[in-house]
Design a protein around this ligand. Structure first.
Ligand SMILES: *Cc1c(COP(=O)(O)O)cnc(C)c1O
Length: 465
């Protein structure tokens, strides 16, 4: 394969891509293969001689496609979505063609400058205070790790990086028990340890926000014990059920104790481009030192793209910036690799630019508002089904429910639904009980697709009961 003739195959792939999306509803959402099925069909040894694209593409369709779960299927209601709008796919195609490594301003000025402006566009779209800066990371997990490392360094007087953690005392980080596992993992690898991530109970329905009285008591107890409170992590839209903290109440506690704050809005952040959906979730967001949200989830920007907003980037730079001789540059410019853990950086801002221009904020808001409305409609249909129970929500477009029967029955229903293939759901746990989790958020989903979920649930249930 050479560059000459590339456009023939490029066109072939583009035709294939358009047809794939046109007919995607005919495919089962979740792959229907058994473990090992795909690996068994792939040659066990690498080829010694090159092959033509013809053969490679044929095998791709034959071997690979049956083993794919279709995240762009309009009836994908599992996990959270990972939307790749056509505009963002085009941008990624361009980016992978140019294949620039954008670690420093001078290694591609357009990438750095586009990134700065896109962070500013997003901050405006989310109603964050003027002057908010930030950086694009690969994932919310990386942004959260950066924030936890910053908490650690700030709380140790910037000594952790230099001296290690042996003499730094016992650092404590606080969050609710509804946070995503990336917060636990950030505390593991930052050397803080699971035992020092203090998970506070929530105040329950409807929004399952952190109990801030318990938060105050925990901090007081830690101070009395000689521990070192380092930071608080709040959530808007937790992964399990969409839990949302009262951002002002949490920020009040943080300010009283001079603690660094990080807000995980990885999923729900996209919905905050709609001013009408911000209440009561977003008030106080501007008081957080660090916020992460994933345009690669709900906003239509192809994976990977996690925006981390920083009220004042200096703390994170003090934590992560390292400048060996070979990376020094003569200009006074932003080098985003100093803001993050990896050095190498892809040009992720281009797809944000393409997406926001192609759909406009109004186009994106209309999609998200529809998802929220349809989730509410669907919720009422499921609630009315004989013996079914709504467990949580909907919070924005995420709800959970139970069919009649015990926990094992919930799992049986989810498995049977996913084997059926017309929709895709996942299960979760809430207050010790298994539930079935459903979110609406696929970029191309229609009201008909969403309402069909109720039909499939009822139909499959009738075969089990
Ligand atoms: C998806 C999700 C994450 C993890 O996002 P990655 O970008 O995959 O690291 C973290 N927090 C919440 C609330 C999420 O929904």
């Amino acid at each position: 394969m050479e560059w000459e003739g590339f456009s023939d195959w490029g066109r072939h792939v583009a035709d294939w891509a358009e047809a794939y999306h046109r007919d995607i509803r005919d495919r089962p959402v979740r792959a229907q293969t058994a473990p090992g099925d795909i690996a068994a069909q792939i040659a066990p040894h690498p080829p010694e001689q090159g092959e033509g694209m013809e053969a490679i593409f044929r095998d791709f369709e034959r071997i690979v496609m049956p083993g794919m779960t279709h995240w762009q299927h309009p009836r994908f209601f599992a996990y959270f979505t990972s939307n790749a709008s056509p505009a963002s796919v085009l941008a990624e195609y361009i980016v992978s063609t140019i294949a620039a490594q954008c670690m420093l301003w001078q290694t591609s000025p357009a990438a750095t400058e586009m990134e700065g402006v896109m962070i500013d566009w997003l901050a405006q779209a989310l109603g964050l205070p003027a002057g908010t800066s930030g950086v694009i990371q690969d994932s919310a997990s990386s942004a959260t790790l950066s924030a936890v490392l910053t908490m650690r360094e700030r709380a140790t007087g910037w000594r952790g990086n230099r001296e290690g953690l042996n003499a730094q005392g016992r650092l404590r980080i606080y969050c609710s028990d509804e946070v995503h596992s990336s917060i636990d993992r950030a505390c593991w690898v930052a050397g803080i340890g699971q035992d020092n991530l203090v998970k506070l109970p929530t105040t329950g329905a409807p929004h399952y926000g952190m109990d801030t009285h318990a938060l105050r008591r925990a901090i007081d107890a830690d101070l009395a014990a000689g521990h070192i409170p380092a930071g608080i992590i709040a959530i808007t839209g937790g992964t399990g059920i969409g839990a949302c903290d009262d951002l002002n109440a949490v920020a009040d506690v943080a300010e009283a104790h001079d603690l660094y704050t990080h807000l995980d809005a990885a999923w729900a952040g996209s919905a905050m481009i709609c001013p009408d959906l911000r209440e009561p979730f977003w008030d106080g967001a501007g008081r957080y030192d660090s916020i992460v949200f994933n345009p690669h989830k709900w906003l239509g920007v192809q994976f990977d793209c996690a925006a981390q907003f920083l009220r004042d980037p200096r703390a994170q730079l003090n934590t992560l910036k390292i400048e060996p001789e070979y990376l020094k540059t003569s200009q006074t410019v932003i080098n985003y690799s100093e803001w993050t853990i990896p050095l190498g950086r892809r040009f992720r801002a281009l797809k944000l630019w393409f997406v926001m221009r192609a759909y406009g904020l109004e186009g994106l808001r209309a999609r998200i508002r529809n998802h929220v409305i349809w989730a509410q409609e669907l919720c009422e249909v499921v609630r009315a089904m004989d013996g079914f129970e709504i467990v949580t929500g909907p919070i924005l477009s995420l709800l959970s429910f139970r069919c009649p029967g015990d926990d094992a029955m919930q799992q049986r229903l989810v498995d049977a639904i996913n084997d059926d293939g017309r929709i895709y759901l996942t299960q979760g746990m809430h207050e010790g009980r298994r539930m079935i989790r459903l979110q609406v958020g696929q970029f191309e989903t229609t009201r008909e697709d969403v309402m069909m979920a109720a039909d499939v649930i009822a139909e499959v249930w009738s075969t089990l009961k």
